[in-house]
Design a protein around this ligand. Structure first.
Ligand SMILES: [Zn+2]
Length: 117
């Protein structure tokens, strides 16, 4: 059995259950979601002003289910960020450089990512 390396940030399917998983900056999208997104993009243009997902008229159970999905996608993005910071450190990047890249101080970068107290 293969271990999932990541989950689609849109549908949460693991890499082991999709044909392809495309990586973005801290996010992933599977072939099924790409197909669905392409249909949305090429389909009916929809309303003039886009409706934000949290402004949709959804029942509580759908909103609660979405909380789980958003939190899982956020946690995956955080793990991905930590891997990139680790890679920067392995390549000799300083906490000052990492902090600058993340728009935070050297101290904040160290506190968040070093794993030291
Ligand atoms: Zn997907």
């Amino acid at each position: 059995m293969t271990t999932a390396i990541a989950h689609c940030s849109f549908c949460r399917k693991p890499s082991t259950e999709v044909r392809k998983l495309v990586a973005g900056p801290g996010v992933f999208i599977c072939d099924g979601c790409v197909t669905l997104a392409a249909e949305v993009v090429t389909g009916d243009p929809g309303p003039d002003s886009p409706v934000l997902p949290w402004d949709l008229d959804l029942p509580l159970d759908a909103v609660l289910a979405n909380l789980t999905t958003v939190a899982a996608a956020g946690a995956q993005a955080e793990r991905n960020l930590r891997l990139w910071v680790g890679k920067a450190r392995a390549l000799g990047g300083t906490w000052t450089q990492i902090g600058e890249a993340l728009g935070m101080t050297r101290q904040s970068a160290w506190e968040r990512f070093s794993g030291e107290d």
